[in-house]
Design a protein around this ligand. Structure first.
Ligand code: GAL
Length: 340
């Protein structure tokens, strides 16, 4: 196997090669491609020690180019939506390119998920990718230099994001990895159980733009503080993580009763989008001919809150010139639950 080595995964229409790096650590391995900096596979042991690939991905670059689901990609410059595709910074209005009706989604039509990242460093269990986003790209001010480092260690996949801008700008980076802990091609996640460490969430309108309120989950279907089966419910909301203090705190737990695999998500960020793959229908064929449809996977996107530049009560995603943006998210894998 080409552990820690890179192979050519495909070629962009303009001939630029897209590479894949395979990382391993103990019984966990993953593949990262430079197109969108995307996680293409993530293999972890089930309760019997058998390997299960829990991340959605495609066999060909052509499938990545054909899909519009952000499968596995790193999202930037601003994860999730900005209402009306505009924001103001230091008294100046910045119009952004729209790609979700009148709104701006996941950094715009040519966001970081559509860019070919560079491999800056790699070892057996870690890779650092970088991207240079020019001043004005998709409407954002400042040239943004971004790195994303994926590391497999201690049963976890950790992603560290860093960025620096030549002008004050917005920065909100996340991973759009899609998970199915029963196996990437195993169909609906309705038997999965979920828990979110969040007593509050940000209600949104019918276009998924936050109203600006921060409300208690108590007595609502948003209360996922106790582990519970998903069943027929679907979600696509931002929760406010309890105990956010810029250190790594537990934000979510997901568990498959089929394989016994659970995934704990920890992050330094204030919010988490729990998305149950509601728009997965129409996805191209997945790895090994797998069918990916509605509710066939979930995402736990750690983030600043959607539309935060337009809501003064939300934590600020403004990156000042000269400042370094840094955030960390870890997905920890094990089987069943430890008591105590
Ligand atoms: C999610 C978002 C969904 C949808 C999806 C991509 O992050 O919350 O509303 O846009 O990405 O299909």
């Amino acid at each position: 196997m080409n552990e820690g080595k890179k192979t050519v995964f495909g070629y962009m229409p303009d001939g630029v090669p897209v590479e894949e790096v395979l990382l391993t650590d103990g019984a966990i391995s993953c593949g990262i491609i430079t197109y969108g900096g995307a996680l293409r596979s993530l293999t972890v042991p089930d309760r019997n020690g058998q390997p299960v690939d829990v991340a959605l991905g495609f066999d060909t670059l052509e499938a990545y180019l054909a899909q519009d689901k952000y499968i596995g990609a790193i999202i930037g410059r601003y994860a999730n939506r900005i209402g009306g595709s505009r924001f103001a910074l230091d008294g100046k209005e910045y119009p952004l390119r729209s790609n979700d009706g009148a709104n701006h989604l996941h950094g715009g039509p040519e966001g970081f998920d559509k860019q070919v990242w560079r491999i800056r460093a790699q070892t057996r269990n870690s890779v650092t990718l970088s991207l240079n986003s020019p001043d004005g790209q998709e409407g954002y001010p400042g040239t943004l230099d971004v790195t994303a480092t994926y590391t497999l260690a201690d049963r976890a996949l950790e992603i560290v994001y860093q960025a620096k801008s030549s002008r004050t700008t917005l920065c909100n980076l996340t991973s759009h990895a899609y998970f199915n802990l029963s196996g990437h091609g195993s169909g609906s996640i309705e038997s999965h159980q979920f828990r979110l460490s969040a007593s509050r969430y940000t209600p949104a309108d019918e276009n998924l733009i936050p109203t600006g309120a921060i409300e208690s989950v108590k007595g609502t279907p948003m209360d996922l503080r106790q582990l519970q089966p998903l069943g027929a419910r679907e979600y696509d909301h931002n929760w406010v993580i309890d105990g956010w203090n810029s250190a790594l705190v537990p934000a979510a737990l997901a568990w498959s009763p089929d394989t016994g695999i659970y995934m704990e998500t920890l992050t330094t960020l204030p919010g988490i989008q729990f998305y149950t793959g509601n728009f997965l229908d129409g996805c191209p064929e997945g790895k090994g001919g797998a069918a990916y449809g509605r509710h066939g996977a979930f995402c736990l996107e750690t983030q600043y809150f959607p539309d935060s530049p337009n809501h003064s009560r939300f934590p600020s995603a403004v990156l000042q010139v000269g400042e370094i943006y840094e955030s960390k998210t870890a997905y920890y894998f094990d089987t069943e639950f430890k008591t105590g």
